[in-house]
Design a protein. Structure first.
Length: 98
């Protein structure tokens, strides 16, 4: 018995000129161009979103730093006012000479 081997790489005959083939090819090329534009737009938006996220992180970091600095300033002022109030209280209780 002879075994018959089939070739994996069989040649596909060229398509005959079918009606509408050129129009179909033109539509596919236009679709491919629109898809490429879509991918480019998505890449642009992704880059913009990335830049905005980094900017928001920088802004939030700056806000936190400024808040901590402001809190430290308020704490120092409250301590100074408390110390001043304690001194005045002691002065009021001290016997007056005279």
């Amino acid at each position: 018995m002879a075994t018959r081997k089939t070739s994996q790489a069989q040649k596909i005959p060229a398509l005959p000129s079918l009606p509408g083939l050129d129009a179909w090819r033109s539509m596919m090329e236009a679709q491919s161009a629109r898809f490429e534009q879509l991918i480019d737009e998505l890449a642009r938006q992704e880059k913009e979103r990335h830049e905005r996220a980094l900017s928001a992180i920088d802004d939030a970091t700056e806000l936190v730093k400024n808040s901590i600095t402001y809190q430290a300033q308020l704490g120092a002022q409250w301590r100074e006012l408390g110390l001043e109030a304690a001194r005045k209280g002691l002065e009021m209780m001290a016997p007056k000479e005279g």
